[in-house]
Write a protein that binds this ligand. Structure first.
Ligand code: GRG
Length: 303
């Protein structure tokens, strides 16, 4: 892969994903327009759009063709991801002032508005999906939508991202966090939404159960490798490139893969995880290497 070519393709894919999902945002109107402004502020403030992009590319990997069928799910997962970032930045959680190079939601608006904007995005994600399901006339597609809806709500909920976040918060300031606990946190907090992205793409394209499990495993590996890189960047990165504060794990006395295993072992482990994920995606194969290139690229990213 030639990096400059890949970056051009990546930019095009990010724009393609964003063009599809921005159509689903709420209108900034009515007496309640402040909450929509606050939701849209965070949703529109850049970001890598990884989860919708993973979903779109997984849909394509399994030969899904009609992007209008996957678009509501792409929007919903980015809404859920954005809500989680807004809430994670709040003083009650990580207390961060910058995200994606801009003021965090509660700094731009205020804490109460940020809480409501997060709640608003979470609800709007499921409202968007329910509306798409209500409109769907093809019973086979509707069946796939119900299955994808279940995966997305489970992976974002108490047995997924929220579950990981609560354990992460409980483990703050503790010195004796085990590797198993750390892996639980990373699996739930980070990998769950990436698993959900890849699985939803597969489900909506009509993949069978075996392939859905294989792509879930690729999502787990990618998510874990992604989180290890996040931990590495918190130590080695800089504010300008990352668009957010560095050293926040140390500030919040969080055990990370890097603090537990050191930089070298962390890099080796993320490489192993990423290679395994690439292997799975290549085996499924559709002749297009973008998804496996993206997984490979993520462990070298600097933001
Ligand atoms: C508040 C329920 C709740 C959950 C919070 C997402 C999250 C869980 C916390 C944010 C902090 C963090 C390090 C999470 C791990 C996942 C992660 C690295 C999120 C950032 O995702 P990116 O890098 O963000 O894809 P962009 O801004 O590019 O969309």
């Amino acid at each position: 892969m030639i990096m400059s070519d890949f970056k051009d393709i990546l930019n095009n894919k990010v724009n393609e994903a964003y063009d599809l999902i921005k159509e689903f945002l709420p209108k900034e109107e009515g007496l309640q327009k402040r909450v929509a402004e606050s939701m849209n502020y965070s949703f529109n403030s850049g970001g890598k759009r990884l989860r919708p992009m993973f979903m779109m590319e997984s849909y394509r990997l399994f030969k899904g063709e009609d992007l209008s069928k996957i678009a509501p799910f792409m929007a919903a997962i980015e809404m859920i991801h954005t809500y989680s970032l807004i809430h994670d930045d709040l003083p009650a959680m990580d207390n961060d002032d910058y995200r994606r190079g801009r003021l965090t939601n509660h700094k731009m608006f205020d804490e109460a508005t940020a809480i409501l904007a997060g709640d608003g995005l979470l609800n709007y994600a499921f409202e968007t999906l329910s509306l798409a399901m209500k409109k769907e006339e093809d019973p086979e597609i509707l069946k796939r939508m119900v299955a994808a809806f279940e995966v997305l709500s489970r992976k974002a909920g108490i047995n997924g991202m929220i579950g990981g976040q609560i354990v992460d918060l409980e483990m703050e300031h503790k010195k004796d966090v085990s590797l198993d606990t750390l892996l639980f946190i990373h699996k739930c907090k980070t990998a769950a939404l990436i698993e959900a992205s890849l699985m939803t793409g597969a489900i909506m394209a009509g993949a069978d159960d075996e392939n859905i499990s294989r792509i879930e495993k690729a999502g787990y590996n990618t998510g874990l490798a992604f989180q290890i890189q996040d931990d590495i960047l918190d130590v080695t990165g800089d504010f300008k490139t990352l668009g957010k504060s560095v050293g926040s794990d140390e500030k919040n006395e969080k055990i990370t893969y890097v603090s537990l295993k050191g930089l070298k072992e962390s890099e080796e482990e993320q490489k192993r995880l990423s290679e395994e994920a690439v292997e799975i995606v290549k085996e499924i194969g559709n002749g297009d290497t973008f998804l496996s290139d993206l997984i490979e690229y993520l462990i070298t990213r600097n933001n």
